[in-house]
Ligand binder design. Structure first.
Ligand code: HEC
Length: 699
């Protein structure tokens, strides 16, 4: 099953800097980035190398020695918000990003902080972020560290001093754009996309000069509406072709197609592969008169890295309407398929299918579902198109319960590919969601504009029913054979929303889970060979590096992100400690514990609300507050559980926070622009009802 890649790399190994000797560091330039696999002591790009396999050739930590792996040092960040970053390690320094787009540099051996850079994101920006104030990591090039900031800035920081070198606003900040993705540096340009598809924006990817921060090119993933002026962008040449797949006027909510994660440089064909997000609003009937494929949403786009010009695309979910983004991480490899070496890209996007695509032309080679799915009856390999299940396109009053759902069969948590086992390790999950049109649909300025009524997914109060729902929420590490398109083995986690993956030449696969355990598995069999309880939920992927002959495993431990923030039934719900960067090495055993405080009791409010008021409050809560404070007022523990908040007891204090925004700098905006004081008091009535339920029935 060995692939061609392994053979090539092993030849190059003779020249490998395995030990991470502290020789005079050369600048990180295109040559060094291109040769990254020959420097396993460093982790220089988001996915480890340009190919983003998240496979590293260090093997001091291996199936034998891993039992002696222990905590060497950790650094605790200042808040509890989610940590999704892949740290970078360059010549003995570890660079990472934490919540609110903060950048940090540490001595990779000792953990001594070298500098911190805070872009000082305004707390209100949190309201524009669908999925927590997370950041998936920095990029490094020629002595600068690059970060995409939550408020839409792209910032270059001096790697030695942590001082800002340049900062460019990449979005219209009046709109609900945010950035959570990691920039990539390709041939002297920094590439960055953005998020905001749930709010109503138009997606694009841009390239900026790495030295100056000047815009070089931009590609819009969604065309301007019929009859509108072209954008004067690299995407202009594709406007006519893309427009032919759209109907009506999609400009108010932008059409979606945000480029919020995968941006991968394919050196073999000198092209950049860009993963494109879901449509906005979600239902095609509200977006495009129910017609058309809506290019280039839910696609992979191949672009020329110098000019941004279109080369090819593959659309996994034509006419997408389930939040099936195709932004999920992309891995490049050469696989032997039918005795031919094929240069392929592999991706397991939200829609549940594992795609192997020919990088020379974008043609689909194979696709099989890696989790159960009910929106198709399979993929037609001739056309590359899904065969739609008859009821999948919800319309009118009809409801469709989709599996997988917008949470993804696999989300942004990076998968890894091990060239020796030939397996791809996918952090997979099963979370169903019911979709029903929101009728009548009214656009809410600044807020979520899904066009779907998620309230149909109501959570019951009855404990048995809650347990039944919980048992349907599943998470796995799936080892997938991309050639046979078949599962090799799987590890069952307690629930969904676990961490990203690292594969190493030590025959290991590392993954953290929602319960806080960082674990190592035998890459061939899935046998668990090591586990460490971080006592913090894990969603980020670990990395490995070496300094002076010692191999390390590093991980950002910190729960959150979209599902982690809003879903009430996650492991350890109720209390989440601050996030931390944790570094492990052989024969280390740092004392480590996290003390869990008692949860505050439910607040019983001395007032009775009319049913109409509570119902209005419920409607507002579930569409406006629940995505941070948790569905049905049950918090996952990252932002306050309002049922236990002393603020709930006082109408005045409640108005001061929710209406006037006294906590706005801390990520809790004031809602005076959106809600009246009466509405806000109704929300209090609903939360008080939920608190009474907690007080009486404990849930
Ligand atoms: C974008 C995420 C987000 C949304 C949406 C949001 N909140 Fe908050 N809220 C927060 C955060 C973060 C805090 C904690 C701020 C701090 O650290 O003091 C908070 C704090 C609060 C508090 C104070 C709790 C305490 O014990 O200190 C109240 C009350 C509150 N929110 C009510 C609401 C209501 C009602 C809504 C909907 C109208 C809402 N929030 C929507 C993020 C959010």
């Amino acid at each position: 099953m060995k692939s061609i890649v392994t053979v090539l790399v092993c030849v190059a190994l003779a020249a490998c800097d395995i030990a991470g000797s502290s020789k005079q560091a050369e600048p990180v330039d295109d040559r060094r980035l291109s040769q990254a696999q020959a420097e396993p002591a460093n982790w220089m790009t988001h996915g480890g190398t340009y190919r983003e396999q998240r496979y590293n050739q260090l093997d001091l930590i291996n199936t034998e020695s891993v039992e002696n792996l222990g905590l060497k040092w950790f650094y605790q960040f200042e808040d509890r918000r989610g940590l999704e970053a892949t740290p970078l390690v360059i010549d003995g320094v570890i660079y990472t990003t934490s919540a609110w787009s903060r950048v940090h540099a540490f001595d990779a051996t000792t953990g001594e902080p070298l500098w911190h850079y805070d872009p000082e994101i305004a707390g209100e920006v949190a309201f524009k972020a669908c999925c927590d104030v997370v950041n998936r990591g920095p990029a490094f090039y020629q002595g600068k560290v690059y970060v995409g900031a939550l408020d839409g800035r792209l910032i270059a920081v001096d790697a030695k001093t942590g001082k800002e070198v340049w900062s460019t606003v990449t979005v219209d900040q009046a709109k609900s754009y945010t950035i959570t993705g990691a920039p990539r540096v390709i041939k002297g340009k920094v590439l960055i996309g953005n998020s905001g598809g749930e709010y109503g924006v138009r997606g694009y990817v841009s390239a900026y000069d790495a030295e100056t921060g000047d815009l070089v090119w931009r590609f819009y993933t969604v065309p301007p509406i019929h009859g509108a002026e072209p954008d004067g962008a690299a995407s202009d040449s594709m406007i006519a072709a893309a427009q032919a797949t759209w109907a009506g006027d999609w400009s108010e909510l932008g059409g979606g197609g945000t480029v919020w994660d995968a941006i991968v440089y394919d050196e073999d064909f000198d092209q950049v592969l860009v993963g494109v997000g879901n449509g906005s609003p979600w239902p095609r009937s509200l977006r495009s008169e129910g017609q058309g494929d809506n290019l280039f949403i839910s696609s992979v786009l191949a672009l020329d890295p110098d000019t941004g010009k279109y080369k090819w695309h593959y659309q996994g979910t034509p006419g997408e309407e389930w939040d099936f983004t195709q932004t999920q991480p992309i891995i490049l490899a050469t696989l032997e398929i039918d005795k031919q070496p094929r240069k392929v890209m592999m991706q397991a996007p939200k829609n549940g299918f594992f795609y192997v695509i020919d990088r020379s032309n974008g043609k689909l080679i194979s696709a099989e579902n890696y989790v159960p799915q009910n929106w198709t009856t399979g993929i037609d390999l001739e056309t590359g198109r899904p065969k739609m299940a008859p009821d999948a396109r919800y319309s009118g009053d009809e409801l469709f319960v989709a599996l997988p759902s917008g949470h993804g069969g696999h989300n942004w948590q990076p998968m890894a590919y091990h060239p020796d086992t030939g397996l791809v390790y996918i952090p997979a999950q099963e979370i169903a969601l019911a979709y029903q049109l929101n009728q009548p649909f009214e656009v809410r300025v600044g807020g979520w504009n899904l066009g779907v009524d998620l309230a149909v997914n109501e959570i019951p109060d009855d404990q048995e029913q809650i347990d039944a729902i919980r048992s349907q929420l599943k998470g796995f590490l799936i080892a997938w054979d991309p050639i046979k398109q078949k599962e090799a083995w799987r590890v069952d986690h307690l629930g969904p929303w676990n961490g990203g993956v690292l594969a190493t030449a030590g025959g290991l696969v590392f993954q953290g889970n929602a319960s806080g355990y960082l674990q190592a598995f035998d890459a061939s069999t899935g046998r668990k060979v090591w586990s460490f309880d971080t006592k913090v939920g894990i969603i980020a992927p670990p990395i490995t590096y070496a300094v002076d002959g010692v191999q390390y495993i590093a991980l950002m431990a910190g729960y959150g992100g979209g599902y982690g923030l809003a879903a009430p039934f996650t492991e350890n719900a109720g209390f989440r400690p601050n996030g931390r960067l944790m570094v492990f090495a052989l024969n280390e055993e740092l004392d480590y514990d996290v003390v869990k405080p008692e949860l505050a009791p439910a607040v019983v409010v001395n007032k009775v609300w009319e049913k109409a008021g509570r119902d209005n409050g419920a409607q507002i809560y579930e569409t406006t507050c629940g995505l941070c404070h948790g569905a049905t007022a049950r918090s996952s523990g990252i932002v306050p559980d309002l049922r236990r908040s002393p603020i709930l007891a006082s109408a005045e204090a409640w108005q001061a926070v929710v209406h006037d925004g006294v906590l706005k700098d801390r990520g809790m905006i004031g809602f005076s622009a959106y809600l009246s004081p009466e509405d806000i008091e109704d929300v209090r009535g609903y939360v008080a009802e939920r608190a009474l339920q907690l007080h009486k029935h404990g849930n």
